[in-house]
Design a protein around this ligand. Structure first.
Ligand SMILES: N[C@@H](CCC(=O)N[C@@H](CS)C(=O)NCC(=O)O)C(=O)O
Length: 224
């Protein structure tokens, strides 16, 4: 497949854009990566290819209709390229399971933050259990290779680390979630992931910039 045949519109801090990038890498697909600077404005190509939601990621495959929604793109990649390991589990129950990780960063006030952290910890405890069942002693949810759940959840690890840093706490912890702690290390050092996982320092800087913008917009709205 020629490089120009496959284009992916993404944005480096986006966990959603990471998902199709990992899937393309797992399948060894050559593609052109177009990094959108969403905070500065959207490209004509993005507005044309995702006219309704105007969000990244978008996959453009030849002359076919562009595909939006990160997990739909991952499913499409899995079906379109038989090269490389299969990403989706064949068991539909495993396919349907999905973790609910809520953002701690957006919680307003200490109480709301505590509740959000408790919810994430509860989710992680469930994931720890699910990891034990799915991985059957192997490195990934998908077994020996990265699969759908690894991609769906692993794409949040960068922001999870930033959240840990901002709140001076550990969410994935050797003591509480030893399986997930090992899994996170294996995932981040996997060949298909390491080049697309953003650096935590860079992501934290970006996070600070976003929070400052949200605060400034809030203060401006209060003045009007
Ligand atoms: N459910 C979507 C979420 C994608 C998403 O939220 N993308 C953000 C970047 S992280 C975006 O493009 N935001 C631009 C906007 O909302 O205008 C997916 O999984 O692809």
């Amino acid at each position: 497949m020629a490089t120009s045949e496959v284009k992916l519109l993404g944005s480096w801090p986006s966990p959603y854009a990471m998902r199709p990038r990992i899937a393309l890498s797992v399948k060894s697909v050559d593609y052109e990566y177009i990094d959108e600077k969403l905070w500065e404005g959207k490209s004509q190509l993005l507005l044309q290819s995702n006219p309704v939601y105007k969000k990244i990621p978008v996959l453009i495959h030849g002359h076919l209709k562009p595909i939006c929604e990160s997990l739909i793109i991952v499913q499409y990649i899995d079906e379109a390229w038989s090269s490389g390991p299969s990403i989706l589990p064949s068991d539909p129950y495993e396919r349907a399971w999905f973790p609910a990780v809520k953002s701690i960063g957006v919680a307003k006030g200490e109480e709301a933050k505590k509740a959000a952290i408790a919810q994430v910890e509860e989710g992680l405890a469930l994931m720890e259990e699910a990891f034990g069942k799915c991985s059957k002693g192997k490195a990934f949810f998908g077994g020996d290779e990265i699969g759908y759940l690894d991609i769906a959840f692993g794409s949040f690890l960068g922001w999870l680390r930033v959240t840990e840093r901002f709140n001076e706490m550990k969410l994935i912890d050797e003591g509480k979630t030893p399986g997930l702690a090992d899994w996170a290390d294996s995932f981040c050092s996997h060949a298909a992931v390491k080049d697309v996982m953003p650096d935590t320092d860079k992501l934290a800087e970006f996070g600070k910039m976003v929070i400052a913008k949200i605060r400034a917009a809030g203060a401006a709205a209060e003045r009007h």
